[in-house]
Design a protein around this ligand. Structure first.
Ligand SMILES: [Zn+2]
Ligand SMILES: [Zn+2]
Length: 78
């Protein structure tokens, strides 16, 4: 039954590959540095209670008011 081996190998390879792909974070971490308050809350598995931080987080940014840093935006003008 040699014909069974190849599909099985492909299946295993596909499975391993999908696991590899999953290990890679599909969404890159926020560029820059989160504010200390946000970092602390994130480590505790919570969202930062600061309104300014929540507003910044909505824009996928770190709160600069609280000391967070944002990487410069990539130029979107194309
Ligand atoms: Zn915060
Ligand atoms: Zn803030």
């Amino acid at each position: 039954m040699k014909s069974l081996r190849l599909p099985l190998a492909l299946l295993v390879a596909a499975f391993a590959f999908s696991n590899l792909a999953r290990a890679e974070d599909p969404k890159p971490a926020l560029a820059g540095e989160p504010a200390a308050c946000c970092k602390k809350n994130a480590e505790a598995g919570k969202a930062c209670p600061h309104g300014c931080c929540a507003t910044a987080a909505k824009d996928d940014k770190n709160c600069e008011k609280c000391g967070g840093k944002n990487a410069p935006k990539p130029d979107k003008a194309t």
